[in-house]
Write a protein that binds this ligand. Structure first.
Ligand code: ADP
Length: 721
């Protein structure tokens, strides 16, 4: 041992060994770290995908290894798993009884000589966790082979696939429901594969096409070709019934060859279906004429949509087809009936307009002459009072004609309103003064304070608004008791809604009669009380109020009286200068000198005589022509300063006369032309004004109205008057 070189070599050997030990130690530490990492990775992944591992000693029939995750899947701690699962049979108690036999049958499979060595055996069963929860497991088993071919160990994994199973079950259920609906629906249903179309749609989109309807209109052949790529996947029984097809194949055959049925209607339909499915709604509604297998035509309504989940592939396009032939027939009948009704209504309006003209023309003479007699002092008191009676009866008749005409307009919905800001006070005041005489005759007092309406304006047609109040006020007089009372109250609420209530102390209306109050011609028994009326006024009144955006309400107590309330939204602010003409009584003044030379065109002799007398009473004189043509000739020769012309005349009508004069006088100063017409429709008035008339005077007219009109248009007005 004293040999120093031997000692040195031993020392170096020792050093070498120490180094090696150190290296191995480092390597071991590295391996341990790698193994730890692997184990951690293994556990994390196992947990993430719900996989547990096991190993089984087949010789000893006992567990060799269970992973933590396996215990977690089984719903217990690892210790408890080891404790409860010691031999193979122990596991049976965890398996769901319905699946136990299947589990047992699969158990031995890995050990069977026919099972290919090295490959896994896979099966599925349910377990019941100790807390009663049922879980679906997928088991994978491998066998470890020893040299003589005997399997001594098995190992494998269980995966908890409950979530996957659950969603598969839900999917199956929904598929079953879908199939049940598909086959049982009382509508035709067809499922088709449109994947070729979808691919083309995507391509077109990438090329910048976004309006598919427009694109297919410009490329009809592309559309036809695409329609030919559609594959019918299935159809239900009802669909075959609708088409009269014996079998699905028959039906598919008939659809397959596009050239058999392709036309413009189908091209439009397919274009709109594709556009509908490509749009955000992913649905298309359409109607089309279809052909049954026997060649007969019928009408269908189609709803085309995507089966959920197939939005990207369009592999399942569902079309619901409803045979709407019957409904279509009703629609056509209905349209026809509506056209007939509209025709009839037009004919009625025309008839009423004609009738109104025919009645107004003689009435003009009756009212005009009777009014002249009223003013003719030489006739004596008795004759004057008879003339007044004729005039009153005539006015009543005129009122009736106006109401019937208004009703027909209301029913046809062609009342023309000229809406403007109107001051409420003057309108009500004028209406009150209109009925004052009538009320006085029955000893009825009217309580009305015009002061409260100061500055109150509503958006309305002034003339129609007055008609509303006149009707309500005259009813309040008519259906009042002798010496009764009428009060007109006014309220303005915070929202600026004005309520005008007209309350009478009359007979009232019973609750069951209220339902019929606004029905035309229904007089609720007033016809037996000797009270004049037609039962139309309130229908028109209500409609007019509504057309002017207002409301009409009634409140009544039989035997005590009624309150009719009209409400309108008021207008903020005040516009000066807008006044509603107050139909002021006009005194007849015949002292005016320098009257213009007037030409009158009028074919009706009685009206000619009347006009002459009326003009004379007002201090005017005129020349008369019997028709438009004669008037034109006279106008050319004479030096007339004003023309009053009837419209319906033989040879040349008034509008034509006006037009001709307006053309001829282009180089000279135009004369004022007043159309005097018995046509009471707004459209007639419009026509006159369009022809070139300055104003329109409706027949029959009062002496006062004629006076105002002449003064308004007299070229000398303001100079000598
Ligand atoms: P008319 O007065 O011409 O009969 P309306 O249409 O104005 O027609 O009224 C219809 C019916 O409503 C009247 O016949 C009457 O029976 C009833 N009526 C209207 N206003 C009143 C009222 N103020 N008081 C009681 N009954 C009324």
């Amino acid at each position: 041992m004293s040999n120093p070189s031997k000692l040195a070599s031993l020392q170096s050997l020792l050093q070498e060994k120490n180094d090696e030990i150190e290296r191995l130690r480092e390597q071991l530490a590295g391996n341990e770290a790698a193994s730890e990492f692997k184990q951690e990775l293994h556990q994390t992944l196992s947990r993430a995908v719900n996989i547990g591992y096991w190993e089984w000693d087949e010789i000893a029939n006992k567990s060799a290894y269970f992973s933590e995750e396996m215990a977690a899947i089984m719903g217990m701690s690892l210790e408890s798993l080891y404790e409860q699962y010691q031999c193979e049979e122990d596991y049976f108690r965890f398996v769901h009884t319905d699946d136990l036999q299947r589990y047992i049958d699969n158990l031995g499979a890995i050990l069977h000589p026919d099972h290919p060595r090295g490959s896994a055996h896979k099966f599925h069963y349910r377990i019941i966790r100790p807390n009663g929860e049922v879980r679906h497991l997928l088991e994978l088993e491998y066998g470890k082979q020893v040299e003589d071919g005997v399997i001594t160990r098995t190992y494998g994994a269980i995966q908890d696939i409950t979530d996957i199973e659950e969603s598969t079950r839900l999917l199956e259920e929904s598929e079953q429901r879908y199939s049940a609906l598909f086959s049982k629906l009382p509508l035709g249903v067809m499922e088709q594969d449109w994947s070729e179309i979808k691919m083309r749609v995507d391509r077109l989109r990438s090329e910048g096409v976004d309006d598919f309807i427009e694109y297919f209109q410009q490329n009809p052949l592309v559309l036809k070709e695409l329609a030919g790529t559609i594959i019918i996947s299935s159809v239900n029984d009802r669909l075959m019934e609708i088409y009269g097809a014996g079998s699905i194949d028959d039906f598919i055959d008939s659809e397959e060859d596009t050239s058999d049925w392709w036309d413009d209607e189908w091209a439009n339909l397919y274009a709109s279906e594709i556009a509908g499915l490509a749009g955000s709604e992913k649905i298309s509604f359409s109607e089309a004429t279809e052909t049954r297998m026997d060649g007969s035509e019928f009408y269908v309504r189609l709803i085309t949509s995507l089966v959920k989940g197939d939005e990207d592939s369009w592999q399942r396009i569902l079309t619901i087809i409803e045979d709407v032939t019957e409904r279509k027939k009703y629609e056509v009948d209905l349209i026809e009936a509506r056209n007939i009704a509209e025709e009839a209504s037009k004919a009625k309006t025309e008839f009423l307009s004609n009738m109104s003209h025919e009645l107004r023309t003689p009435l003009n003479a009756i009212l005009g002459f009777s009014q002249l007699f009223e003013y003719d002092m030489s006739l004596g008191e008795q004759r004057q009072s008879r003339a007044r009676a004729i005039n009153n009866a005539g006015k009543h008749l005129l009122n009736l004609i106006d109401e019937i005409l208004d009703l027909s307009r209301v029913e046809a919905g062609n009342i023309e309103l000229s809406m403007e800001p109107v001051r409420l006070g003057p309108v009500i005041k004028a209406s009150v003064s209109w009925v004052a005489e009538m009320a006085k005759g029955r000893g009825i007092s009217i309580e009305f304070d015009p002061g409260v309406y100061s500055g109150v304006m509503v958006e309305a047609d002034a003339g129609r608004l007055k008609q509303v109040f006149l009707n309500l006020l005259s009813n309040a007089v008519k259906y009042n008791c002798e010496n009764g009372k009428i009060s007109i109250d006014y309220q303005l609420d915070e929202q600026g809604i004005a309520r005008i209530s007209i309350t009478d102390t009359g007979i009232g209306i019973s609750p069951d009669q209220l339902d019929d109050l606004f029905k035309p011609f229904n007089r609720l028994g007033a016809e037996f009380m000797g009270i004049e009326g037609t039962g139309i006024g309130l229908v028109i009144t209500k409609r007019l109020v509504e057309l002017m955006q207002g409301e009409l309400k009634v409140d009544s107590k039989p035997g005590q009286g009624s309150t009719f309330t009209v409400q309108f939204q008021t207008i903020q602010g005040y516009r000066d200068g807008i006044e509603v003409s107050n139909a002021a009584e006009v005194e007849i003044d015949s002292s005016v000198i320098n009257r213009p030379d007037i030409l009158v065109a009028e074919d009706n002799l009685a009206n000619q005589v009347l006009m002459e007398a009326q003009l004379e009473a007002l201090g005017y004189s005129a020349d008369f022509a019997d028709d438009g043509l004669e008037a034109l000739e006279l106008w050319k020769t004479g030096n007339y300063q004003l023309l009053l012309t009837d419209i319906r005349m033989p040879k040349m009508n008034g509008n034509e006369l006006i037009r001709q004069i307006r053309v001829e006088e282009l180089s000279t100063a135009p004369i004022p032309i007043i159309a005097v017409t018995a046509n009471a429709m707004e459209s007639d008035t419009k026509q006159c004004l369009e022809a070139g008339a300055n104003d329109v005077l409706s027949k029959p007219f009062t002496l006062e109205a004629l006076k105002q009109m002449l003064e308004k248009w007299s070229p000398l007005q303001g100079k000598s008057v």
